[in-house]
Design a protein around this ligand. Sequence first.
Ligand SMILES: Cc1ncc(C[n+]2csc(CCOP(=O)(O)OP(=O)(O)O)c2C)c(N)n1
Ligand SMILES: [Mg+2]
Length: 772
Amino acid sequence: MAHDHRSIDILKDLENQVLWGSTYMIHNANHIRESVDGLKVGGHQASCASMVTLMTALFFDQMRPEDKIAVKPHASPVYHAIMRLMGQQTLENIQNFRGFGGAQSYPSRTKDLPPVDFSTGSVGMGIAGTLFASLTQDYVQSHKMRGDGMADGRMIALVGDAEFDEGNIFESLLDGWKHKIRNLWWIVDYNRQSLDGVVSDALEGTMTRVFDSLGWQVQSLKFGKQLLANRENPGGEAILDWIDNCSNQLYSALTYEGGSAWRETLKNDLNGTSGIKEMLDSHDDEALSVLMTNLGGHCMETVLEAFDNAQGEDPTAFIAYTVKGYGLPLAGHKDNHAGLLNPAQLKEYQQSLSIAEGTEWDLHAGTTMPIATSTDYLKQAPYAGKTEEIKTVPAAAIPDIDTPKGDKMSTQEAFGKILYALAGGDSELAKRIITTSPDVTLSTNLSGWVNRRGLFAREMIGDTFKERKIPSAQLWNKHPEGQHLELGIAENNLFVLLGQLGLAGDQFDAPLIPIGTLYDPFISRGLDALNYALYQGAKFILVATPAGVTLGPEGGAHQSFYTPLIGIGQDRLSYYEPSYADELAILFKHALEEVQKPEGNSLYFRLSTRQLPQLSRSLDDTQQHDIIKGAYWLKPPTGATSRAIIYSGAIAPEVMQAITEITSIYPHIAVLSVTSPDRLYQDWLDASKERRNGKDTTPSHIETILSALPRDAGCVTLQDGHQLGLSWLGSVQRNPVLPLGIDKFGQTGTLQDLYNYFELDAQAIIDALNAF
Ligand SMILES: Cc1ncc(C[n+]2csc(CCOP(=O)(O)OP(=O)(O)O)c2C)c(N)n1
Ligand SMILES: [Mg+2]
């Protein structure tokens, strides 16, 4: 759709309002609002200014209700200013920008008032998020699950040019290419500056080749209409050539210095070029500066045209040339990333917009048109039709989850069998499950599920091995109804994808139950993406297996030992480490309930490949409840108990052996099985906080459990992981503790070698019990 002059003029006017709104919001937080702690508040006026044209065009003209956008983190104030104009953000929050409970420094789904689509802040994360959101959209559309009835939306990322350095972007690009990603726009704010300074020259060419090679459309928005029109004048072409060849550093420096510096440089560099003298003479300094910085990303006509031209479903990258700090006195300065206008500069800028003193917070401050012009325009903006009403789809009932049968079994095997059984039924719950794995589907035991439910692809892709009747236990049919998304090895992608799949209910009214598997040591590889997935409020089940030194001969850094601390420390993630299949069956049912609750947590299962002899027992309701709460007595204490073993996970047989050998010395020895150090700890913290605040006197689960243990009983804690995971238990009622576990890099070896080396075997437990 072509844009008439009037709508372009209105959009330019709105652009002024947005630039003022974002600049003043930051100014207020830093220079006007009282500082009680003397800390710099911050905010990024220059990073904001370079995005204002693009964001004005997107929100007020281009975006449709079904589109979703990841805003460049440091352009958060632009987003808030736009949301205020659209009636979705309050003045109070804006005046409290970066304050407690105010508009957030970086757009946040969970902390901000307006309907933020993607939380951003850690550069690169939001961008990859849009790619996996578009894959999620394809998945729910293909499975006819989308509850809101909306058409496909475009997933849009506003990308800082320096964000392109983040490896996770490239990882996502490659997986996106494999999955024939579509409906994706990445708009690069090509201001040629990062935090520390000016970025490498000719980055655009490199970026373009990357996108191009992966099947993206690329549009370069280099020159604005004014510079292009000037091309027709004598010397105009030479000016464009000169800009093309100008280094990023020089262009930035001249932008900052302004008209006379441009004049001097062009006079020297283009001396004798026909038409240049006339051109320079016909522009005063101000006009010359405006002309020379008339880049595509600041030219409303150019921006609108580029967006209008990209209406197909191909993934499209826009490389929009901009100036960091455009329109502000900071423009172009290499140190402007955290720069702030001083009060005198702000005043001058305010006067240039004819904003009278006392009207700085007016909704339409900065407009030169009647207010109704803006309000009418905003009302008809397609994006104004976006509603935030999320349909609550009832949770799916959980079918029976039986304990997998077998005398000897690992928790990883039990997990595979539980999913295999679910795949065989036709429950609504199983329909909502989507599994995914970064190239470790087979080795994490997901293949039974995959064989039954198939892999997802938008088009059918047969399994050639099957067609050729070559024996294989894996049936890898890919089709539009498949329920497993196979990723390349990049673990970052697993977590970004889980983050988006885990938000499908909120984003597309299509609640999914994502289950992702990976090797426990490689959680570290995707930690930031995991953190962001959880920060955004996504819910999923993470199955990390194998874990610890128990995976034996893999050795060295392949053996994860501090992951329990991640499980404990990571917010919105409940970490479980069961020993036996019956515990896992109970916990998995709990996980399926938990991820479907609006305020539920995601879950992390740290599972093992070690086959343990299973206990022949049937767990009563109290035990089941205790397993979910995080601990239960395998051998309860008595009033005469002087020693206890508190353990978690796959080293259960060593505990059993130690007990057998030492009962004669400590006949009342107690054994506590901890299924979740994390749940126990959180519950204990919450309860003690409540007590301090006089709210609740109910003891936490671990307090109740340990109350049966005499306070002077010595406790040996152990797990195949860092000692800190359990050693804190000594604080609960001040029992003496001797912690066993792993705090050094692994070794290759047999299980016996390793347990002996790390002092996790029965003898080590006995020695520790005797050491009190
Ligand atoms: C993962 C991560 N590393 C570092 C930072 C600190 N940081 C914030 S902005 C920035 C540079 C941003 O440059 P660019 O993306 O080009 O944005 P703009 O120039 O528009 O401000 C850096 C390094 C961050 N926010 N996230
Ligand atoms: Mg930049």
